[in-house]
Write a protein that binds this ligand. Structure first.
Ligand code: SAH
Length: 398
C-alpha cells in the first residue's frame, strides 16, 4: 500500500489507503498505517529526512505513544506540524475476556463500527497472538464460524498491527502484570490474509521490524485456505512461515469443505506449495529459501478422519517438505459437524508419524470464551457480497 503514497510536495499531504480521515480543510493520516518504507516516504513528503521514521516508529510501536508532544526527540515545530496532519489511532477495546487456561480474547471496535477479535495464547516457552486480517471472511469454509458471519471488508494496516499494539498495552496495563511478552504471531484469526495481501504484508513487515516489534521471521506464520496466485507473490516478498489449511486431499471433499478449492483445486495448490519451498526461491531479507510448509487439517467426525483419508494425505505430501497440524474441530451453535473422537485423531496421527511426517495435534485453547480456531466472530455489519468485494468468484452456478 505504501506504493500509493503521494510524497511530491509539502502541501499535497501523503495519504495511506484506508487511513484517511478527511475534513473539508484537512486530511489526516493514521501513522499506524505506515510501515518503515511508508513512514520514510511520509517524512520525505513533508520535506524531512527519511530517518525521522527511525525516531517515530519506536515511539508508536515500542512505547505506545499516541501524543506527538511526547516525542521529545522531535523539534517542537515538527511535533506541531504532525499534530495538524497526522494521528495515531488504534482500534478501541470493546471487551476483554480471560479463559480458564489463561487464553485472552479481545473484541476490538474499528472506526466504522465493525468489530474484530484477537486472541493471546500463553504457553510455557512463548506467547502467541492470533490476529485477524478481515472483517468476517468471504471464503465460507463449511466448518468455520467466521464464514457464517459474512464479510464486510479488508482490515487496514493500522487495524492489523493495531491488534498487537492494543494487546501489548492491555496486558502491560494489568496491575497483576507478569504476562509473557508476545513472541509469536499467527495470522489465523478472522479472514483470509492472502485476500488482503498488501496490508497484511505491510503489517507483517512491522512485526519483524526492529524499530517496531522485532519478532523473528521464524515466529510469524500466515495461514491461508489456498489463494494460489497470492502464494507465489508472498514467496517473493516475505520470509514468514506459511500454513496451508488443507483439510482434505480429494477435490470433491475439499470443494465442499473449503469452497475456494473450486477456483484453485488441489493440483494447483500442490504445485504452488512446491514452488514455495523450492530450493532456488530466495527470500528477500533472509537470502535463504522457505524450509517447509505447515499443513492444517481439521478433524471432522466421519468426514475426513478415516484410515484411508490419512493414507491419502501421506501420498499427497510425498516430496513436500512439510509438517502437519491436526486441529480437533471446535464446534459452534450453527454447525452440524462434530469433533472426531480422540482415538480416531490418535490413529490418524500415528499413520502420518509412521510415514515419517512430523505431526502434532493442536490443543484447543480458550474454548470457554469461544477463542479457539474457527470460533472468532466479531461483528460484521453491512455484509457485502463477497464476489463484488474481493473479486473472488466461484465458478458459474455455485
Ligand atoms: N483463512 C485462513 C486463516 C483463518 S482460519 C485459513 O483458512 O487458513 C485458521 C485455521 O482455523 C484454519 O486452518 C481453519 O481451517 C481452521 N478452522 C476454522 N474453523 C475451525 C473450527 N471450527 N475448528 C477447528 N479449526 C477451524
Amino acid at each position: 500500500m505504501q506504493g500509493s503514497l503521494s510524497v511530491a510536495t509539502t502541501t499535497a499531504l501523503p495519504v495511506a489507503r484506508g487511513a484517511l480521515v478527511c475534513a473539508p480543510d484537512k486530511c489526516a493520516v493514521n501513522l499506524l498505517d505506515l510501515d518503515r518504507r511508508g513512514m520514510e516516504a511520509f517524512f520525505v513528503g513533508l520535506g524531512e529526512k527519511p530517518f525521522r521514521a527511525n525516531q517515530v516508529l519506536p515511539w508508536i510501536h515500542r512505547l505506545g505513544v499516541v501524543d506527538f508532544d511526547d516525542m521529545t526527540n522531535l523539534s517542537k515545530a515538527l511535533r506541531a506540524r504532525l499534530r495538524d496532519i497526522a494521528h495515531i489511532t488504534p482500534p478501541t477495546v470493546l471487551s476483554h475476556q480471560e479463559a480458564a487456561d489463561g487464553t485472552h480474547k479481545w473484541s476490538l471496535r474499528l472506526g466504522d463500527g465493525q468489530a474484530i477479535e484477537t486472541v493471546y495464547i500463553p504457553e510455557s516457552e512463548r506467547a502467541t497472538l492470533c490476529v485477524s486480517s478481515q472483517v468476517g471472511c468471504p471464503l465460507k469454509c463449511a466448518f468455520c464460524s467466521t464464514g457464517t458471519q459474512g464479510f464486510n471488508r479488508n482490515l487496514t494496516v493500522a487495524e492489523i498491527i493495531g491488534q498487537l499494539w492494543v494487546v501489548r498495552r492491555s496486558l502491560g496495563d494489568d496491575p497483576q502484570g507478569g504476562f509473557r511478552a508476545i513472541s509469536n504471531v499467527v495470522v489465523m484469526g478472522m479472514g483470509e490474509p492472502l485476500l488482503n495481501f498488501d496490508n497484511v504484508v505491510a503489517a507483517m513487515d512491522l512485526m519483524l521490524d526492529d524499530l517496531a516489534y522485532g519478532l523473528s521471521w521464524r515466529h510469524v506464520t500466515l495461514s491461508t485456505a489456498g489463494v494460489v496466485p497470492a502464494l507465489d507473490r508472498l514467496r517473493e516478498v516475505s520470509p514468514v512461515n506459511l500454513a496451508v489449511s488443507l483439510h482434505a486431499t480429494d477435490d470433491v471433499l475439499r470443494d465442499e469443505l473449503v469452497p475456494i478449492n473450486r477456483k484453485y483445486p488441489l493440483d494447483e495448490l500442490y504445485a504452488a506449495c512446491r514452488r514455495y519451498v523450492a530450493a532456488d526461491g530466495k527470500i528477500r531479507a533472509t537470502g535463504s529459501s522457505h524450509r517447509r510448509i505447515t499443513f492444517e487439517y481439521v478433524m471432522l467426525d466421519g468426514v475426513n478422519d478415516s484410515r484411508n483419508h490419512a493414507q491419502s494425505l501421506v501420498r499427497w505430501l510425498r516430496g513436500m517438505p512439510s509438517k502437519v497440524n491436526l486441529i480437533p474441530f471446535n464446534p459452534f451453535p450453527e454447525t452440524h459437524y462434530r469433533r472426531s473422537p480422540q482415538e480416531r485423531i490418535d490413529r490418524f496421527r500415528q499413520i502420518l508419524l509412521d510415514a515419517g511426517i512430523v505431526t502434532i495435534t493442536r490443543k484447543a485453547r480458550g474454548e470457554d470464551i469461544d477463542a479457539a480456531c474457527g470460533q472468532l466472530v466479531g461483528r460484521v455489519t453491512k455484509r457485502l457480497r463477497a464476489a463484488s468485494a474481493i473479486e473472488f468468484r466461484l465458478p458459474q452456478g455455485e
